[in-house]
Design a protein around this ligand. Structure first.
Ligand SMILES: NC(=O)c1ccc[n+]([C@@H]2O[C@H](COP(=O)([O-])OP(=O)(O)OC[C@H]3O[C@@H](n4cnc5c(N)ncnc54)[C@H](O)[C@@H]3O)[C@@H](O)[C@H]2O)c1
Ligand SMILES: O=P(O)(O)OC[C@H](O)CO
Length: 335
């Protein structure tokens, strides 16, 4: 990265993008922030009132009007660093018209906790294979952190993972604030897949709640989930990692237990009998785990990891297997 004032473009218009804009703006390192979102009305509202109308609308946005736009090419051409914040299912769509040349020489940070559908690739792999981004220029931001709590300035910890830990530390220095602490890691695969899997386990947790299981069972489910997560990330990328760190276990716990969790909320509705379509329509937000569990079935064909929780969620969401029956069968496999 250059040593002058950094220019950062945030790509996406949802809750997490809004929270990331707030962290970047509240952090005191000198920088210029740009923001892309696809929704024209939301951009107009931001220009007029300085608030995102649909997500975290209490957060005050003080960016100059010309720095918020629906034109992605224009927004990213200014940037040294691009922070991707669109749900994985819509990433290819959002990047339509963006070429490897547009991204050349830039550092890319993914705040996305998902897998790109059809490609079945985590974000680092997708950018590497399809957009020519070197892993040396790529970072992941993850950890147990709900956008809603960032809006309230509740103390939160984020992990920045990169093959280049100096780069990760430099980016961490651009987002830490009174309420955000940062941790640097070199585990891109574990951090990305850990975040993908915890979304699926949060759906499982919500389904269990929806069909009537209590806290006792949920604790068993989650302790099995962290073991399943560890088996999978160890199979995909076997390095020495401590699964109890907050980017893995911490993220699983927050998403499985929090009132703010999109994935748990979605699972709860499924457990209560909503169809996938109706649960999605009811939520203005995206439950990444829904898309991810389908991709994981494909990815796991290479690894053959025993993943009974993911299999149960997949059967419920994609094979219309009754949630109560599926959870009953799963319960027999847990320990
Ligand atoms: N919300 C959080 O607390 C949080 C925390 C960490 C990471 N993340 C991750 O951030 C990413 C973004 O999630 P979010 O929580 O900000 O989303 P959100 O649920 O708050 O908002 C949904 C986003 O999806 C976009 N969207 C919906 N339908 C679309 C479509 N058809 N085409 C294109 N875009 C569409 C919306 O414009 C909006 O930007 C996800 O990968 C999520 O896992 C979220
Ligand atoms: O808990 P969810 O499903 O809203 O996901 C949000 C974040 O990933 C929590 O760290």
């Amino acid at each position: 990265m250059h040593t002058n004032k950094k220019k950062i473009a945030v790509v996406g218009g949802g809750s997490w993008a809004t929270a990331n804009i707030k962290m970047l703006a509240d952090n005191t390192t000198e920088k210029e922030i740009f923001w892309w979102m696809r929704n024209v009305q939301a951009v107009e509202h931001l220009h007029k009132f300085g608030h995102n109308p649909h997500y975290l609308s209490s957060v005050e946005i003080k960016l100059p009007k010309q720095n918020i736009s629906v034109n992605l090419k224009e927004i990213i051409q200014h940037a040294d660093i691009i922070l991707l914040n669109v749900p994985a299912a819509f990433l290819k769509d959002a990047l339509t018209g963006i070429t490897p040349a547009d991204l050349a020489g830039k550092k890319i940070v993914s705040a996305i906790k998902g897998i790109v559908p059809d490609e079945n690739l985590i974000i680092g792999e997708f950018l590497n294979r399809k957009m020519g981004i070197s892993f040396d220029d790529f970072m992941v931001i993850s950890g147990p952190c709900h956008a809603e709590e960032v809006a309230l300035e509740k103390l939160s910890y984020l992990t920045i993972a990169s093959r280049d830990t100096d780069l990760a530390a430099e980016f961490a220095g651009m987002i830490n604030t009174r309420y955000i602490k940062t941790i640097v890691s070199d585990d891109i695969y574990g951090t990305e897949y850990g975040a993908v899997l915890k979304n699926v386990y949060a759906i499982a947790s919500g389904i269990c709640h929806g069909v009537g299981y209590g806290d006792n069972f949920q604790a068993v489910l989650i302790s099995n989930a962290i073991r399943e997560l560890e088996r999978f990330v160890d199979a995909v990328h076997p390095i020495n990692r401590d699964i109890k760190e907050s980017a893995y276990l911490g993220d699983l716990l927050v998403t499985a237990y929090s009132q703010f969790s999109r994935n748990r909320t979605f699972g709860n509705m499924i457990g209560k009998g909503y169809t996938v379509k109706s649960a999605q329509l009811e939520m203005n937000m995206i439950a990444e785990g829904y898309y991810a569990v389908n991709c994981l079935q494909e990815v796991n064909k290479q690894y053959n990891v025993d993943m009974p929780i993911c299999d149960a969620v997949y059967a419920i969401l994609y094979r219309k297997s009754p949630p109560a029956l599926e959870m009953n069968n799963l319960a027999e496999k847990l320990s």
